[in-house]
Structure formats: structure tokens, C-alpha cells
Design a binder for this molecule. Structure first.
Ligand code: GLN
Length: 233
């Protein structure tokens, strides 16, 4: 057990609530990984549910489908508002695309939530190989490299100043490509830790959620600016 994993286990169980955007994709796997590291994990489908979470996971799946459904259900604006207001958010694979400010190789008009100052390329590894697995060292994750599963994954083509690159592919045709980033309380990985049983990336995120909760949640228990109403979509 790593230090991070241990600290997540030893803090009060369920002291933070982390939502998983549950429109499409591997929602169940993220809920299980979050619960395993001691968070209260809940699906988020409606704008009002955003007000009840301390952090949010955008799962893997299909970013265009998720964005279309989010728009149809009136969630896109509230999601943008929540991320902009500082809601800690972790995007894996399609979730990374949704968090990115700029997307290459996207169908015309693809919407994102944005907030993460990166340019990602969709299906970036596809030219070499559709899906593959590789060991990736992730800064902030102790205990050795993460076994990273890539499935029609994006990579980060360009990260602005202020975005920390916390993981790159080592070896193979995609050597050096950026596949994990962090900007404040936003985290994104090209790969799917929720599919491997290794909960260290989720533990890292839940620790960020705890730290942000201490900063943002005041005595009234609300995150400033995050509510059920409002956002344009
Ligand atoms: N290629 C998908 C997309 O663009 C992402 C794949 C995944 O999440 N495994 O949304």
C-alpha cells in the first residue's frame, strides 16, 4: 500500500463526496475506485446534483456523446460554471477531452467543458495502435509506475504554463507524449486507472478534493458560485 493510498484509507471514511458524471462511459468503475479510497461516490446526472459534490470525475467513454448528452440535459453550462468556480475535477480519457480548453481532431462543433489550459489530440495514438498498455510514472503517485491502459486515447499536445505535466509515456512509438496533467485542482489522464484495480490516481484526486474542500467550503457548506441553477449551455 502506498503512502497516498494509506492516507486516504486512514482519513475519515466518506468525509468527502465525489460525483461521477453518469451520462455515458465507465461510470461504475469510477464509483468503485472512489469508494475504495474512502470517498462517498455518487452518480451525477442532473444540474442540481452538482451542488452536493466536493469533486467530480468525468469518466472514459465517448467525449462527443457525453458532451451532446450534457447539452441535452442542461448540464453543460452548470458543469462549466462548477469547474470555473473551482470544483476539483478529474477526467480520464474522454474526460480529459471534456476538460481540455482546446481539442484537435474533433468533429466540427464538438463542445467541451474546458477549464484545463491544454490542447489535446483525440484518438492520438490511433495512428500507431488503437489500444495499448504501458507503465507510466505519475508525479505525486508513490509506489512505482502506474499500469496505464490506453483505449483510443487522447494525448496532450500542448500544455500551457501553469499546467503541471505529471506523466509521460516512456518508450515505444509514443515515447515522451504527455498523458497526465494537473492544473490546481484539475487532473486529467489519457489512460484509465479505473479499469486496473490500482486506485492510486483516485487516491491522489480524493486527497486534492479534501484539500480543496478545506479551502472552498466555508461554514455554510457551499462552494461559492456552484449551484443548481444558472449556467448557459
Ligand atoms: N476516443 C474517445 C473520445 O474521443 C475516448 C476514448 C476513451 O475514453 N476510452 O471521446
Amino acid at each position: 500500500m502506498t503512502a497516498l493510498h494509506a492516507s486516504a484509507r486512514h482519513s475519515n471514511t466518506s468525509d468527502v463526496t465525489v460525483g461521477v458524471l453518469a451520462l455515458q462511459g465507465d461510470v461504475r468503475e469510477h464509483l468503485a475506485a472512489l469508494a475504495a479510497v474512502g470517498a462517498r461516490a455518487v452518480p451525477v446526472r442532473r444540474p442540481g446534483e452538482l451542488a452536493d459534490v466536493d469533486g467530480l470525475v468525468l469518466p472514459g467513454g465517448e467525449s462527443t456523446t457525453m458532451a451532446n448528452l450534457a447539452q441535452r440535459f442542461g448540464l453543460l453550462g452548470p458543469l462549466r460554471d462548477a469547474v470555473r468556480a473551482g470544483l476539483p475535477t478529474y477526467g480520464s480519457c474522454a474526460g480529459m477531452i471534456l476538460l481540455a480548453d482546446r481539442v484537435l481532431d474533433a468533429p466540427a462543433g464538438q463542445q467541451t467543458i474546458g477549464g484545463l489550459d491544454v490542447t489535446v489530440r483525440r484518438n492520438a495514438f490511433g495512428r500507431q495502435v488503437d489500444s495499448f498498455e504501458s507503465a507510466v510514472e505519475v508525479d505525486g503517485v508513490a509506489g512505482g509506475p502506474v499500469h496505464a491502459v490506453f483505449i483510443r486515447a487522447p494525448w496532450v499536445e500542448q500544455a500551457a504554463e501553469g499546467v503541471e505535466v505529471i506523466g509521460r509515456v516512456v518508450g515505444g512509438p509514443a515515447d515522451g507524449k504527455i498523458v497526465a496533467v494537473r492544473q490546481g485542482s484539475l487532473v486529467a489522464t489519457s489512460f484509465h486507472p479505473e479499469l486496473t484495480g490500482d486506485t492510486r490516481v483516485h487516491a491522489l484526486f480524493v486527497e486534492l478534493v479534501r484539500a480543496a474542500r478545506a479551502r472552498y467550503r466555508s461554514s455554510d457548506g457551499a462552494i461559492a458560485g456552484v449551484g443548481s441553477g444558472g449556467g448557459k449551455s
